[in-house]
Write a protein that binds this ligand. Structure first.
Ligand code: FES
Length: 223
C-alpha cells in the first residue's frame, strides 16, 4: 500500500498518497481547483494552461498544483489575491481566442470553461483583452466525429489520448504562438489519417472541440 501523508488544504486536514500531485488530492476530496491540461495519467504534466495555481505556505510564489507532489505537513491555500489574479489572467487569455457560442456547443452545461467561470466568478467573454477568436476550420471529414478548432483550448489532452490510449497518433500540435493548433500531419482531413473514430479524443476533450456527430433522430452517428 502506498504511504499516506497528511496535508491541509483551505483549512481542511486530508490524507493523500505521498508524491501524488496536489491537484488530484484536492479534487478527490471535492476541493475544486481550475484545470484544463491535466489528466491523471499524463505524466509528466504538460502544465500549459496555468489555471491550477495555489499558494503553499513557506513558498515565495504560487505554484501549479498539477506539478506539485504532496509532502507531509503541506499547508495549501487554493484562493489568495495572487492566485486569483493569476487564474483570472490565464483564463482571460484562453477565452480571448475561444469561439464563444455556448448555445450551439455540444458541451454546453458540461464544458470545463463554463465550470471554471462559475466556480471562480469569471466572465466567459474577455473584458480586458481584445477577443481574437481563432479562425479554425471545422473538420467534418469523419463519419462519427468532428473537430472544431475554433473551440480548441490547446490543452493537448486529445493528442495524448490519441497517442497513448488509441495508439494511433493521428493528431499533434503544429505552428507556434497565436497560430498554434491541433492538426493532423500535413493538415490532412482526419478521414485521410489513421484515425479509427474510437472517440478517445471526444471523451477527453474538456470543451466542445472534438464532438460526436448527432443524426436527425438525435442519436450519435455510428460507423
Ligand atoms: Fe496545471 Fe494546466 S492543469 S497548468
Amino acid at each position: 500500500m502506498s504511504e499516506q501523508v497528511t496535508i491541509t488544504i483551505d483549512g481542511r486536514e486530508l490524507s493523500a498518497r505521498r508524491g501524488e500531485k496536489l491537484l488530484w488530492a484536492a479534487l478527490r476530496n471535492e476541493i475544486y481547483i481550475p484545470h484544463l491540461c491535466a489528466w491523471p495519467e499524463i505524466e509528466p504534466p504538460e502544465a500549459s494552461c496555468r489555471l491550477c495555481y495555489v499558494e503553499i505556505e513557506g513558498r515565495e510564489r504560487p505554484v501549479t498544483s498539477c506539478t506539485e507532489p504532496v509532502i507531509e505537513g503541506m499547508v495549501v491555500h487554493t484562493r489568495s489575491p495572487r492566485v486569483d489574479r493569476l487564474v483570472a489572467s490565464a483564463f482571460e487569455l484562453i477565452m480571448s481566442d475561444h469561439h464563444l457560442n455556448c448555445a450551439k456547443c455540444p458541451q454546453h452545461k458540461r464544458c470545463e470553461l463554463q465550470k471554471i467561470a462559475r466556480e471562480r466568478r469569471l466572465r466567459l467573454r474577455p473584458s480586458r483583452l481584445t477577443a481574437l477568436p481563432r479562425r479554425g476550420e471545422r473538420d467534418d471529414s469523419l463519419k462519427t466525429i468532428y473537430f472544431d478548432s475554433g473551440r480548441c483550448v490547446l490543452c493537448g489532452r486529445c493528442i495524448w489520448a490519441c497517442r497513448e490510449l488509441a495508439r494511433v497518433g493521428a493528431i499533434g500540435f503544429s505552428r507556434r504562438g497565436y497560430k498554434q493548433a491541433v492538426t493532423t500531419f500535413g493538415d490532412l482531413p482526419l478521414a485521410e489519417t489513421a484515425c479509427t473514430e474510437c472517440g478517445e479524443c471526444v471523451e477527453i476533450c474538456p470543451v466542445g472541440a472534438f464532438s460526436y456527430k448527432i443524426n436527425a433522430g438525435g442519436e450519435r452517428e455510428s460507423l
